[in-house]
Design a protein around this ligand. Structure first.
Ligand code: SF4
Length: 466
């Protein structure tokens, strides 16, 4: 990958060995976009005469003008042309930027679309990185060598605050249009789903399955996008998965997915249910836009997006839960999803869909308003209604949220004698995987552990007062 010529030309090395490089705050020269500022990345397919091949424009303060330790808005816009290029490939090229910019030494690229988060290291600046044009030229070379169907490419990088803000509004319309295109199509209408293993570089067992009713967890790839990618780049990270036999229509289990999942995860898991939180859930790499978390005390699901940095009612912020959720495993109790999945008619239908959702950050709730059934909208709490389990429990009772009816059933079930005979069920695993600090708070003290059909072997337990 790392062409010798490129290494000589740029003041940084380029190659897959830098993929996954993390730049800590103390080592960063500047931060671009990210949670404390804003930005986006956008690829647009245009006709050949609209692209000046290789041209790199920087609008706003460049690296040499930036203050060390500063944070700046940031947009990366590319115009691409090529006879085999079609609109569906815009999202695919855009998503590959995460991988390819990761090859640049001293430059950290995280997330996608409107969530991008970039850091440039002090070392890179010391070695001669003075302009974002150096980054964009290196990126364009990487794109053209990796995706030969891009014949012409031009980059416009923007740090001017007003310009980023204005262009971001237009970019949001483009993302929305892409997502809406997939909404008229459903899992039962197609014979083929698509897979993505792009994130296996840091989550080696993760296999994303993208279907008409389940957008990728990074939110960047719809079924149409992955289909276009698999067609134009058959050796790339996207590939077709024939559905095979439907094993569970509600949970979304198909023999074709199970076969590919075993093969591509290296045997880490053998079954996947696309629309289930508790049984054989989809894996999560680390790029999820939103984390879902089970709240055992309330038998409900909370969801938190990257933009919400406060503590959620289970006592944890997004960043802490991200460590539990990611890594490419089937994690019971946590699930990474893309924002578009909230609008799917099959959204977690195996668990009751929105009837199970008890908490969302206010901004996220407003953003997905059109996906939430009208009769449930006011029954789902936000940070304005509840900030801990006790206040959330009170809110749900006052609003007669559907999960409240399940509490009574749970209480009855507790009176039954415990049968300890089977292997741990996935529900038990989900309870066991919940952080201890999150358990028992709704009851106002103490810890309540419910084990159903569980087989537990413990050599020693030490409980200390904190
Ligand atoms: S999160 Fe999934 S769909 Fe998105 S780039 Fe990574 S592997 Fe592909």
């Amino acid at each position: 990958m790392a062409a010798k010529k490129e290494e000589e030309k740029f003041p940084f090395e380029i190659g897959p060995m830098y993929e996954g490089e993390r730049i800590r705050e103390k080592d960063m020269f500047v931060e671009l976009a990210g949670p404390k500022s804003f930005g986006f990345e956008l690829v647009q397919v245009v006709s050949a005469n609209e692209v000046e091949d290789g041209k790199a424009t920087v609008m706003g303060p460049d690296i040499k003008d930036m203050k060390e330790g500063g944070r700046y808005p940031y947009a990366m816009v590319y115009k691409v042309a090529g006879k085999d290029l079609e609109k569906d490939l815009e999202a695919v090229i855009e998503r590959r930027q995460h991988e390819l910019q990761g090859y640049i030494q001293g430059y950290m690229h995280l997330n996608q679309r409107y969530d991008i988060w970039i850091r440039i290291s002090k070392d890179a600046v010391k070695k001669g990185l003075t302009s974002l044009a150096q980054i964009s030229k290196a990126t364009m070379k990487l794109f053209k060598s990796e995706l030969p169907f891009i014949e012409k490419m031009e980059a416009i990088y923007i740090t001017d605050e007003a310009e980023v803000r204005k262009r971001k509004e237009d970019a949001m319309k483009v993302y929305t249009a892409r997502d809406e295109r997939a909404r008229g199509l459903h899992d039962e209408d197609v014979d083929t789903f698509y897979g993505c293993t792009l994130c296996q570089s840091f989550a080696p067992t993760n296999v994303c399955i993208v279907t008409p009713d389940r957008v990728s967890l990074c939110g960047a790839m719809t079924w149409f996008d992955t289909r276009a990618s698999a067609k134009v780049d058959p050796e790339g990270p996207n590939f077709a998965i024939p559905k095979g036999t439907c094993i569970d229509a509600v949970g979304g289990e198909y023999s074709g997915i199970n076969e590919r999942a075993v093969q591509l995860s290296g045997g880490a898991f053998s079954r996947v249910k696309l629309h289930s939180f508790f049984e054989y859930p989809h894996t999560s790499c680390g790029c999820f836009e939103v984390i879902g978390f089970y709240i055992p005390e309330l038998n409900g699901l909370g969801f938190v997006d990257r933009g919400y940095t406060e503590i959620t009612p289970n006592g944890l912020p997004f960043s802490t839960m991200a460590a539990q959720t990611g890594g490419g495993k089937q994690t019971y109790g946590f699930l990474g999803i893309g924002i578009g999945y909230f609008r799917s008619p099959k959204f977690l239908q195996a668990d009751g869909g929105f009837k199970k959702v008890v908490w969302l950050p206010k901004k996220l709730k407003e953003r997905i308003k059109d996906g939430i059934p009208q009769d449930l909208y006011d029954k789902i709490a936000t940070e304005e209604n509840a900030t801990d389990l006790a206040s959330l429990k009170k809110f749900l009772e006052e609003k007669s949220h559907p999960v409240v009816a399940t509490w009574k059933k749970e209480e009855k079930a507790e009176e039954l004698p415990v049968e300890v005979e089977a292997e741990a069920s996935s529900a038990a695993q989900s309870l066991m995987s919940m952080p201890v600090g999150a358990m028992g708070a709704a009851g106002g003290g103490g810890i309540r552990i419910i084990l159903k059909n569980a087989k537990v072997k413990i050599d020693k337990v030490i409980v200390k007062k904190s």
